[in-house]
Design a binder for this molecule. Structure first.
Ligand SMILES: *[C@@H]1O[C@H](CO)[C@@H](O)[C@H](O)[C@H]1NC(C)=O
Ligand SMILES: *[C@@H]1O[C@H](CO)[C@@H](O)[C@H](O)[C@H]1NC(C)=O
Length: 340
């Protein structure tokens, strides 16, 4: 099934456009990856044990990330733009205050069934662990809108996928998800989180691509309520103990995060913890690029459209230009850290 799928996709996608996949992406570099995660877990309640590695802010989202412009592998009703076109059409730009905006076209009429211009970018650099901190002022939302901040390795799902911020339509809270090859499950033995488990099988198969996930219980973690408080920070720590995630609403961001001297040992209970006890990190996650995108309808947004309480059809929503006024990422920064 996987090889049938890959052959079919290879026919429609230019090779250089194949940058990972899922639900999100199709990535076909053959990669028998077995490497050690670059971080050892540590318990440190003193000063930050981490050192800033990469700070993506302002123009660096345009220069240090690739613009994916092939057909959306998740079958969304979008035309992903090249960097030149995204900049020319004002779909990717930096405000005077340094905020980076990634937008869906909200100024062009599109017929029902047509596609809307959008942006999908991923880091040129790849990661094998670390502490990742993403500070957003606003995120896209609205009927038909499927935004995600995530990371992905090669040979999907073998290299793994980490979904830190993702949802569709006017979803009420954020979902934290892993997609992997075989042999990775989610178990809450001795793990404390302030969220609910949605599904505990991380492996993606042709018939089940739900991944393992937690849903947040805080409405400020997604969509309009997130934007109303000027967003917040999503942090995730990926090391040999597993992957831990935190959501800090604006106003509750720890001072060490804002000071860029983060020490996760001092932070409150995470929203998600995927323990390496039931999911080997080095086997399941390697060479990840960080990705930001906004697609419309597609594999996730299409089938969930009516049950989400959105009016009409997803195709009709894409044709309603007004909706996309709120389909924008406004990014303060994304920083990566490694142990000192
Ligand atoms: C980490 O440090 C805290 C605070 O000192 C302590 O309570 C906890 O037991 C330590 N955990 C481990 C795994 O050493
Ligand atoms: C388009 O979307 C806006 C915003 O959600 C809504 O108020 C309006 O009724 C919609 N228009 C049509 C024709 O559906």
């Amino acid at each position: 099934m996987k090889s049938i799928l890959s052959a079919a996709l290879l026919l429609v996608l230019p090779l250089e456009g194949l940058a990972g996949t899922n639900v999100h992406n199709i990535h076909w570099s053959r990669h028998a990856g077995r490497r050690s995660t670059s971080l050892q877990a540590r318990n440190n309640t003193g000063p930050s044990p981490y050192k800033l590695e990469d700070l993506y802010r302002g123009e660096s989202f345009l220069n240090d990330w690739d613009f994916f412009s092939a057909e959306d592998p998740t079958h969304g009703l979008v035309n992903y733009q090249t960097k030149d076109n995204a900049v020319k059409k004002n779909l990717a730009y930096v405000q005077d205050d340094g905020t980076t905006v990634l937008a869906v076209d909200d100024f062009t009429d599109v017929p029902v069934g047509g596609k809307r211009d959008s942006v999908r970018i991923s880091t040129k650099k790849t990661y094998n662990g670390g502490l990742f901190i993403a500070d957003f002022w606003k995120m896209p939302h609205g009927c038909s809108v499927w935004p995600a901040y995530w990371s992905v390795g090669p040979g999907w799902p073998e290299g793994g996928e980490i979904d830190i911020l993702e949802g569709v339509h006017e979803q009420e809270t954020n979902q934290y998800t892993l997609h992997t090859g075989t042999g990775c499950t989610l178990s809450l033995n001795n793990v404390r989180v302030k969220t609910n488990i949605l599904h505990d099988q991380c492996a993606s198969t042709p018939s089940d691509n739900r991944g393992c996930s937690f849903t947040d219980t805080d409405p400020r973690s997604y969509g309009k309520p997130f934007n109303m408080i000027a967003g917040g920070v999503f942090a995730h720590l990926w090391n040999n103990e597993g992957i831990k995630m935190w959501f800090f609403p604006r106003g509750e961001v720890p001072a060490d995060v804002d000071a860029k001297q983060p020490n996760p040992d001092t932070w409150p209970t995470p929203v998600a913890f995927f323990s390496s006890k039931t999911c080997n990190m080095a086997d399941n996650f390697y060479d990840h690029s960080l990705v930001l995108d906004t697609t419309l309808c597609g594999d996730f947004g299409g089938p969930t459209y009516v049950s989400a309480g959105c009016p009409g059809t997803c195709e009709q929503a894409v044709a309603n230009t007004t909706i996309f006024k709120w389909a924008k990422w406004k990014i303060n920064y994304i920083a990566t850290y490694q142990l000192n």
